[in-house]
Every structure is written in structure tokens, then in C-alpha cells.
Design a binder for this molecule. Structure first.
Ligand code: SF4
Length: 898
């Protein structure tokens, strides 16, 4: 323990620390020292962080030291006050047309600016006039805030030190030591000077500095190597001396938390990698947790409350309620709830009410969940439209209890239990915001709870872990036997603090704020670095050399450090260890299933397509019956739009039958026919869709325009044809596998030969790809084989791209029958070229061979994970079964319809 600190405690003095963590650590050290000295009882040491000490100063003495006894706003209250001020300002100055994207986020930044001003003694009244809209806006908000505080007798916690310094606060009658401060802020300095001026005995203990510039710095090839080297080093230190205090310190823990934690798990707790979440009693502790809102316990509560915040919920929300493990009866009813979730996808429209959901569930076999939902609904219906936040806090607790949150399955583990307790505290704490908010509705109250959860960091309490992982700022004042200081690269160290956006930079620079002067920032970083060197008997430094292909530059603080003679040991990863013959592993082959008996299949042309693109996908889908259950979303998805086009064309050609009928029809009659067919084809979509008439009007216009363009192209075909097949069912026996599918359209020319046409409403088809051994779209080659087997002459095989602005035929023709390239018409959109490559002369034996091979693979039970294109599987219908997929977002699939 630092001698000055110990002395101060023994004299009954107070120790004020830079961080809460240091307070805890010093208290622990003191208690340990008392035990070691044989004491059975002792007075607790008076050690507390700066903010708590300032509040205590305010509270000392009768009525406190501030004559007007202002109410101190918490950080959450402060942000809420600023939200209201900013919203009000936006309404006044921008006629309610907000130029800000996010008022909540702006309020958080503005509250941070206020804190900065307090810490660096920037006087709001002394801010120079500025035409910058952000600076001018902030000044208006600040004036409104000051007025409001004066009217309501509020003060923010950051201003307390200034107010106290200006009163006749007496100096403490006992020694005061300040520990762990690399540098004092202007506000702290002023406060200390006032105390000293009034005769106080205040000692600021400077951080012990150590030399680091001559110490070696390891250069590891990549960040991952660096984390694994640090993990191996920590393991070795603990092996040498299990009681040693070990720390891994980095400049920015947020940026490397994941990689560093994974490496430490592999080295220090390998058994727990395979059993995540079973026990968190880890030998290392990573500080600076994530936001409480991101914890599954918090998310589950927010989604429960979310379903009562709006008039309508959607299928996704309903499904997450049904499958939530955080509500009562999950384990008992899991299978029934999962089946009900699938059934509801078809029975409920995309948007529905909670009452609809409850009715729907009533007809399915989920009595427990139905009962919970009914109970919660009754409670929700008894709530007022608007109420104070304290009321909503009680109501939310009631709703959570009605659902049995957080579930009754397995007991919560320690992390989950602590998270549940923290979330509950935040729900109860919602009432405290009432001070700064009037009556609100339920949705607003739930939104405020979300903000509270977002602003809280969740760090589960753990026993005293043997290896501490810390951010440099957090390590302030702590002492260890061994420190590994990692990630010393230019972009992280010294930290790149950016100036505050709401204050003019010269003002910030003059006040000495971080991020405004590289020289001062560098000095501060050097002090912190030296402090770390002085906090441990042994300091190891490291940096990675590159990230991916990008070289990383050394931090200027270690740029001249020598490289150690010996490279550090790099711990193997758990998976690299699996290749070791010493590791017993029993491989299980899953790339082949039982052979297919042959004959009839149910997969159609899609089966060959799936086998072609990835055998595993075909096996899952066509042998095991795996299905991708998709939501019935509002509107028409790409596949429904494609079907609508198919159905309409089928009807139009059903009426026209021959190209001569098309030729003879004038434009307005054709338009009328198309519209009639669109209406007939759209009837089934209208009956099941939750979209209104306006949506279908727009779809009708779009389709009419597209089909007018398409028939404009068809009119330019020079050879007469009769449409003899529309969605024509056919069967093909391919190397023992019977496939049944439909051909979109078959035209017959006057010489009796056929044109096989596949409609496409998306883009990106490639006719050259038909000659690949594993074609992406083998439908047309399969159509051709099926007709050839029946003894028909096929003279054209072509995609018909029916897409507004891009209508075209694209495929091959048999020049022996139809002549040259121009034979379907002179229009560029009719560019059907002579058969070439392996199918030159209209010989389809290549397709017999390649597609036949795919059929045989399927029959043999081939189930290899072998996606064509090397691992990107955007269209896989069964991604949940596979660990390889990199699925593109739904929006990127739009153009891949049929
Ligand atoms: S996700 Fe990819 S690799 Fe897995 S089955 Fe689907 S296509 Fe094949």
C-alpha cells in the first residue's frame, strides 16, 4: 500500500481516489494488512472516489453546506432535462422540423459538454459569440438549463464542487490524501487550493513513475498473436507464483475486448470454451462491461414491455415472445410454443394486436402461455393513458411478474442473476426521473427505461480474479507484480481525444481540455505510461505489426524502444490444438447420407439446382425435408412479384395463343387485356395480404408498364409462333432420378421446332453458366433435355427477362433451323445467339453428362458442404443447419427471384 495512504488512514484521515475501482482496491489492501497484523477488529478505512466525496461534503453538517439546499440531479435526470430543452428549442427555432437525427443522443453529448465545462472551469457566460450553429444552439440550451435550475433549485452533480468551493466550507479537521490522479482537472485543483487556503492538510500523492523508454517492446505479427502471447505469458506467471498479481493493460479495451477475452479463455479456462455460460468463475476478469441494455435479461424485459407499447405488434415480436426462455413455462411448453409460432406465421397477418395473438394462441395448444398473456393483457388494460413515472415503474414490475419474468427454467447463473437484479433496480429507479418529467404514457416510460438501461454499464461482480484486464485509465493507482502493456500503436496510444463539438476549440484549448493540444495530450499519456511502469515490478510492452494487410505504426511513446532478443511464446488456440495427434479426437463423417432408392423425387428442377450449388443444401432440403419457414411479411416479396408476373403472362397468352393475335391487337386493346389478366392474377394475393388498395394500385401500374414494354418486344419477333405450353408440367428421368417440373412457356414455330422460355423478373442470369459443370440455374437445360427426350426438336432455349427498362430474350438458338443471330428479330433485346461451346449444333449431350452427374451425386447420398463459389451462401434455404454460411441481408436477395 502507498505509505502516504496508509499513514493518512491510520491518522483517521480521508483518502479520495480517482476511480471507484481504486477505492475498492485500497480498502481491500488495508483490510488485508489489518488481518495480517493480527487485528480482530478495526475501524473501516475512509476511502471513497472523488464524486462520492464531493456529495458527502455537501451533506455534512446540519442542512448541508449549500444554503439553498438544491436538489442534485443524477446523470439520468440531467440527460432527460437536456432532452426536453433541446426538443423545445427545435420546436421553436425550426418550426418542429428537426434538423437533428437523434435528440436523445444529442442530449447525451450536450450533458457531456456540460461536464467538461465544469471539470475545466469554462464559464458559460464567458463563451464568445459564435456563428457556428452547434455552438450557438448549445448556448441557447445552456441558458435555458441555467434558468430552469434557478427556478427549480436544481444543480447537477458536476457543478457541486464549484458551488462548495465558493461557500465557507471549512477545511476537514483531519488529513486528506488524493490518490491515483495522473493530473488534476482545473476544477479539482481549484477545490484543493480552497481547502488548503482554509488551513486544510491536503496531500496529492503523485503517481509513482517508472522508466519505460528503455524497456524492450515486443513486436507481434498480428493483434491475435499479441493476445495469445499475452495469455501465454499470464499463464506462465501464475504457474510460477499463483499468488502473484498479474494485469494485462491496453489503451482501449473496448476495441479489443473480444479478441483478448477469447485468447484468455483458450489459455486460462479452456474447459469453459465448450460450455459457455455454465459458470463464469473465471481466473481472469475483464473490466468495463457492456451496456446493461445489451444483456439478454434486459432485452427480454424490453421486448415484453414493447408488445404493450404500441397498438400493433408484428410477427417477429410475437414469435420472440413465444420462444422467449425468460418467461414462465418455457421449458414445459417449448415444443408446443415452437409449433404455435410456425402456425401463427400463416394464421396472423404481419401486423396484429396482442389480443389477436392471444386469440390465435387460444386455438393452439399452449395453455400456460395463453394464461400468462391474458393476465398481462388484463393488467395492461387496467392502466391509465398517462401517469407519473413512479406509477409506470410499479406497472412494469407487475407486467414482468405477470409473465413470470425472468422465467422458471434452469436457475439463473451468477451473471444472469446479477443482471436481473440490476435491471430490476433500473425499473424501480425509473420513478426517480419523475422529478424532471411530468405525466407520460406507457410507451414513453418504456422508452425512458430503455435509455436508463443503455446508460448503465453492466460489470458482474466477480471474486478476486488472478489476472486483471484493464484499460490504462482504469489502472490508475493500482499496483501489480507483473503488467503486460499491449496494443501500443499510434492510432490508440496516446488516445485520440476529439474536441467537444459544442464548444469553440480555442476556448477548450485555453482551458486545457483533452484533445485540443497534441503536446499536452502526449505529456498526459507519458505520465500514465510512466505510472504503469512504476506500478509493477515487471513491465512487458508489446504492439502488433499489422492488421490484415494494413501495417500498424508504433506509438511514439515506444517507437525507440528496443526489440527483445527473444520472441514471446504464443499460446496455441483451442482449435489449433485439435490437429495435435496427442489430442484425442474422433472424426465423424457427415458428408454422405444413405443412397436414394431412385425413381420419383419431389424436388423438381430446384433439386438439381441445389445439388449443383451445394450438395449439403440439396441433402438437407430434399432428403431430410428441411424448410426455411419465412414470415408472411406485408407487401409482395421478390418471389411473389415474380409469381404475379408469371400468372399474368400465363393468362395473357392463354387468351392470345398465337403471335398473329398479338400483331392484330391495337395498343389500347392489349392494355385492357393485360389489366384484366393482372386483376385476375392478383386476386389471390389481395385476399391474403394485409396491404391496402393503394399498394395494389401501385403494383398494378408497375406491372402494366412492365408488360407493355415486354409485349412491345414480343411484337418485334419476326418468326410467327404459337404458344403451346404455359406452366406446362413435364417429367424427366435423369440417370435414374425422376424429376417433375413445369416449363414456363413453350412456343412452336411453323417448322414444328420449339422455343423453351423461362421468365425471369430479376437480373444477373448468365447463359454461359449453363456450360459450367455445376450451373447455378440449370432449369432451361433441364427443359431442353425433357423435350428432347420426347423427340421434339428444340430450336431456342432462352431466358425472358421481364423487368421494367431491361426486357430482353437471352439464350441460344439452333442456326440450322432458324438461321442467323437476327432470326428472332432485329431489336437488341432479341439477341438470342447460335448455340456454341459444348452445345454447338444443338447437341445437348453435354447437359446429359453434367446434369446426369449431379443426379447421380444426389442418388448416392452426397451431402458434402461444398458451396459453389467458395463459401458464400446467400441463397441457401437451410442456413441454420450449417456453420459456414455468410448470409446476405434480405435486401440483397431481392433480384434473385424466379
Ligand atoms: S449454408 Fe452454404 S454450405 Fe451450408 S448447406 Fe447452405 S449452401 Fe451449403
Amino acid at each position: 500500500m502507498i505509505p502516504a495512504v496508509r499513514e493518512c488512514i491510520e491518522q483517521g484521515g480521508t483518502v479520495v481516489t480517482a476511480t471507484r475501482r481504486l477505492s475498492r482496491e485500497l480498502r481491500r489492501q488495508y483490510d488485508r494488512a489489518m488481518v495480517e497484523s493480527g487485528r480482530a477488529a478495526w475501524e473501516s478505512a475512509d476511502i471513497l472516489p472523488w464524486g462520492s466525496w464531493i456529495r458527502r461534503c455537501r451533506d455534512l453538517g446540519p442542512g448541508g453546506y449549500l444554503a439553498d439546499a438544491p436538489t442534485v440531479l443524477t446523470d439520468s435526470q440531467l440527460v432527460l432535462v437536456w432532452q426536453d430543452i433541446i426538443r423545445d428549442d427545435v420546436t421553436r427555432h425550426h418550426d418542429g422540423d428537426s434538423p437533428l437525427w437523434n435528440i436523445e443522443a444529442t442530449a447525451r453529448v450536450a450533458a457531456g459538454t456540460l461536464r467538461l465545462m465544469r471539470e475545466w472551469c469554462i464559464d458559460g457566460d464567458g463563451l464568445p459569440p459564435s456563428r457556428h450553429p452547434d455552438h450557438a444552439g448549445f448556448r441557447r440550451w445552456l441558458s435555458a438549463y441555467d434558468r430552469l435550475c434557478a427556478e427549480r433549485c436544481w444543480i447537477d452533480g458536476h457543478a457541486l464542487a464549484d458551488r462548495l468551493a465558493d461557500t465557507d466550507l471549512p477545511a476537514p479537521g483531519h488529513p486528506l490524501v488524493m490518490a491515483g490522479f495522473d493530473t488534476l482537472t482545473a476544477q479539482q485543483q481549484r477545490f484543493v487550493e480552497r481547502l488548503v487556503g482554509r488551513g486544510g492538510a491536503v496531500e496529492v500523492v503523485p503517481p509513482r513513475q517508472g522508466a519505460f523508454r528503455d524497456l524492450p517492446c515486443h513486436v507481434l505479427p498480428t493483434p491475435e498473436d499479441q493476445w495469445r502471447a499475452a495469455a501465454a505469458w499470464a499463464l506462465r506467471r501464475l504457474d510460477e507464483d499463483p499468488d502473484s498479481r498479474v494485469a494485462i493493460v491496453v489503451p482501449d479495451l473496448g476495441s479489443c475486448r473480444e479478441g483478448l477475452t477469447a485468447a484468455l479463455m483458450d489459455s486460462l479456462a479452456p474447459g469453459q470454451v465448450a460450455r459457455p455460460g455454465v459458470s463464469r468463475d473465471l481466473p481472469f476478469h475483464v473490466s468495463l462491461g457492456d451496456s446493461l441494455a445489451s444483456h439478454p435479461v434486459a432485452r427480454s424485459l424490453m421486448s415484453l414491455l414493447g408488445i404493450f407499447s404500441r397498438r400493433h405488434i408484428n410477427l417477429e415480436q410475437s414469435e420472440s415472445l413465444l420462444l422467449s426462455p425468460w418467461i414462465a413455462g418455457h421449458h414445459e411448453e417449448l415444443a408446443r410454443r415452437a409449433r404455435a409460432a410456425l402456425a401463427l406465421r400463416e394464421r396472423l397477418p404481419w401486423e396484429h394486436t396482442v389480443r389477436d395473438l392471444s386469440r390465435g394462441l387460444g386455438k393452439l395448444d399452449c395453455p400456460h402461455l395463453c394464461g400468462l398473456l391474458e393476465r398481462a393483457l388484463a393488467l395492461r388494460n387496467s392502466l391509465p393513458a398517462r401517469a407519473p413515472l413512479a406509477h409506470w415503474s410499479v406497472a412494469m414490475t407487475g407486467l414482468a411478474d405477470a409473465f413470470g419474468w425472468p422465467g422458471d427454467g434452469e436457475a439463473l447463473d451468477s451473471d444472469q442473476f446479477q443482471a436481473w437484479k440490476s435491471v430490476r433496480e433500473q425499473v424501480l429507479g425509473l420513478g426517480a426521473l419523475e422529478l424532471v418529467s411530468g405525466n407520460t404514457g406507457f410507451a414513453r416510460a418504456a422508452g425512458l427505461l430503455g435509455q436508463l438501461l443503455e446508460s448503465r454499464t453492466f460489470q458482474p461482480e466477480a471474486g478476486e480474479a488472478r489476472v486483471q484486464v484493464l484499460d490504462i485509465r482504469e489502472a490508475s493507482g493500482l499496483e501489480f507484480d507483473h503488467i503486460w502493456l499491449a496494443d501500443l500503436i499510434e492510432e490508440r496510444w496516446p488516445p485520440v481525444d476529439v474536441p467537444d463539438p459544442f464548444l469553440p476549440i480555442p476556448v477548450q484549448r485555453e482551458a486545457g481540455c483533452p484533445g485540443t493540444d497534441p503536446g499536452t495530450d502526449g505529456q498526459r499519456a507519458a505520465i500514465a505510461h510512466g505510472r504503469l511502469a512504476g506500478s509493477a515490478a515487471y513491465l512487458v510492452q508489446s504492439r502488433p505489426e499489422r492488421e490484415g494487410e494494413t501495417p500498424l505504426i508504433a506509438s511514439p511513446l515506444v517507437a525507440d524502444c528496443p526489440r527483445p532478443a527473444q520472441a514471446p511464446e504464443i499460446a496455441p488456440t483451442l482449435f489449433s490444438g485439435l490437429g495435435d495427434p496427442a489430442t484425442r479426437t474422433d472424426p465423424v463423417r457427415d458428408d454422405r447420407g444413405p443412397p436414394h432408392a431412385g425413381g420419383q423425387s419431389h424436388g423438381g428442377a430446384g433439386l438439381i439446382q441445389r445439388q449443383s450449388v451445394c450438395p449439403r443444401s440439396a441433402f438437407l432440403r430434399d432428403r431430410l425435408g428441411a424448410r426455411d419457414h419465412v414470415f408472411n411479411r406485408p407487401g409482395l416479396d421478390a418471389s411473389s412479384r415474380g409469381s404475379l408476373v408469371h400468372r399474368t403472362l400465363e393468362r395473357v397468352w392463354g387468351r392470345l395463343e398465337h403471335s398473329r393475335a398479338l400483331e392484330a391487337m391495337d395498343d389500347s386493346a392489349l392494355e385492357e387485356l393485360i389489366l384484366e389478366c393482372i386483376d385476375q392474377a392478383a386476386r389471390r394475393y389481395r385476399a391474403t395480404s394485409s396491404c391496402g388498395a393503394g399498394f395494389f394500385r401501385a403494383q398494378r401500374e408497375w406491372l402494366l408498364e412492365t408488360l407493355c414494354e415486354w409485349f412491345g418486344l414480343e411484337r418485334q419477333r419476326t418468326r410467327a409462333f404459337a404458344v403451346i405450353g404455359r406452366e406446362q408440367p413435364v417429367t424427366l428421368l435423369l440417370d435414374g432420378l425422376e424429376l417433375a417440373f413445369r416449363i414456363d412457356r413453350i412456343d412452336r414455330f411453323e417448322d414444328g421446332s420449339l422455343a423453351l422460355i423461362d421468365y425471369k423478373t430479376g437480373a444477373g442470369q448468365s447463359v454461359e453458366d449453363w456450360f459450367h459443370d455445376r450451373p447455378r440455374e440449370p432449369q432451361l437445360p433441364l427443359y431442353a433435355l425433357s423435350r428432347e427426350c420426347q423427340g421434339h426438336a428444340v430450336s431456342v432455349v432462352s431466358y425472358a427477362r421481364v423487368r421494367l427498362g431491361e426486357c430482353a430474350l437471352a439464350g441460344f438458338l439452333d442456326p440450322a433451323r432458324l438461321g442467323g443471330e437476327e432470326s428472332l428479330g432485329a431489336h437488341p433485346g432479341l439477341r438470342v445467339v447460335p448455340f456454341r461451346g459444348p452445345c454447338a449444333d444443338g447437341d445437348f449431350s453435354h447437359w446429359h453428362r453434367t446434369l446426369g452427374a449431379l443426379a447421380r451425386e444426389y442418388l448416392e447420398g452426397d451431402a458434402r458442404i461444398s458451396p459453389r463459389g467458395g463459401g458464400l451462401c446467400p441463397d441457401c434455404p437451410t442456413p441454420a443447419f450449417c456453420r459456414i454460411p455468410v448470409n446476405l441481408p434480405a435486401g440483397d436477395r431481392e433480384d434473385r427471384d424466379g
